[in-house]
Design a protein around this ligand. Structure first.
Ligand SMILES: C[C@](O)(C(=O)O)[C@H](CC(=O)O)C(=O)O
Ligand SMILES: [Mg+2]
Length: 297
């Protein structure tokens, strides 16, 4: 109730243990705290806070216009209602080297279990678009080193993402990933791989855990969990999925109300009041106040 009893330190420790299990961990994107609760109730292993989703939610494209404060606070609200670890998309780190160090310290303090930093210049763009631009490998290594040094909890998961595949090619992307591991990254996120062979090449080249991004309408085919597990990947994100599902339902629903003048025909598509209260565990708030849950539905 209210806030998960599992501390951020425990969540990070649990995540480290789970990553060592050899089992693929599924982290769907949560666009709000309540979505994180549903992700936990459905039995997933963790929650992802997407930079794209945070931007879109503010009515902005995903081009690095959001701030550490905005994204960090929202990620914290999402992280604290679930006992699952939450991983946050920190884009290019919200600034240069020293700011990146601050980003890590703030995210630890906000209860986040880990984050990823990417090697694009700012303004960045979605990793599955063309014409991305990268910072030099050394600049990114410096950021990763600063991030790693800034940790106070060794279990905070520092994930380096490389967007180099679409810019410099597969071999250079793998070289960069190796350099980021040497600089202190705990995990690698190879962005926008073209096919199975490329996912495999990263696995062969690196000993650290790997993250697979199964975003829809992008450059990678949507692999199943079995396929990803067989490829040796450790964690999969479905970053924008819940927002895409919800927004389609919202758009369709609004257009129906506009056309039909009532939402009557939409009721079957809606979360009922009963289900909402189950998700929120409303009944248990009665322990605190007997006058809260004395109605019938
Ligand atoms: C993972 C990602 O960084 C995100 O912000 O969720 C995006 C997802 C997307 O735009 O589909 C990405 O750059 O892949
Ligand atoms: Mg992103």
């Amino acid at each position: 109730m209210i806030i998960s009893p599992v501390s951020p330190q425990e969540k990070r420790k649990n995540l480290r243990q789970a990553l060592n299990s050899g089992k693929l961990l599924q982290f769907p994107g949560a666009y709000s705290p309540m979505v994180a609760m549903v992700i936990e109730q459905q039995g997933f292993e963790g929650v992802y806070v997407s930079g794209a989703v945070m931007s879109n939610d503010l009515g902005l494209p995903d081009i690095g216009m959001t701030t550490l404060t905005e994204v960090g606070q929202r990620a914290s609200q999402i992280a604290r209602v679930t006992s699952l670890p939450a991983i946050m998309d920190a884009d290019t780190g919200f600034g240069e080297t020293m700011s990146v160090a601050r980003t890590i310290k703030e995210l630890e303090y906000l209860g986040i279990a880990g984050c990823h930093l990417e090697d694009q210049i700012n303004p960045k763009r979605c990793g599955h678009l063309d014409n991305k631009q990268l910072v030099d490998r050394d600049v990114m290594c410096q950021k990763v080193r600063a991030a790693s040094d800034a940790k106070t909890d060794e279990n905070f998961l520092l994930i380096a993402r490389t967007d180099a595949r679409g810019v410099e090619g597969l071999d250079k992307a793998i070289d960069r990933a190796k350099a980021y591991v040497d600089a202190g990254a705990d995990m690698i996120f190879p962005e926008a791989m073209k096919d199975e062979r490329e996912f495999e090449a990263f696995r062969e080249a690196l000993d650290v855990p790997l993250l697979a991004n199964m975003t829809e309408f992008g450059k990678s085919r949507l692999f199943t969990t079995t396929e990803l597990e067989n490829l040796g990947y450790n964690l999969v994100i479905y970053p924008v999925t819940t927002q895409r599902l919800a927004m389609k339902a919202v758009e369709d629903g609004l257009s129906t109300i506009r056309k039909e003048g009532t939402q009557e025909s939409l009721l079957d598509n809606m979360q009922t009041r009963k289900r909402l209260y189950e998700v929120l565990d409303y009944e248990n708030y009665n322990e605190y106040d007997q006058s809260l849950y004395n109605f019938t539905l």
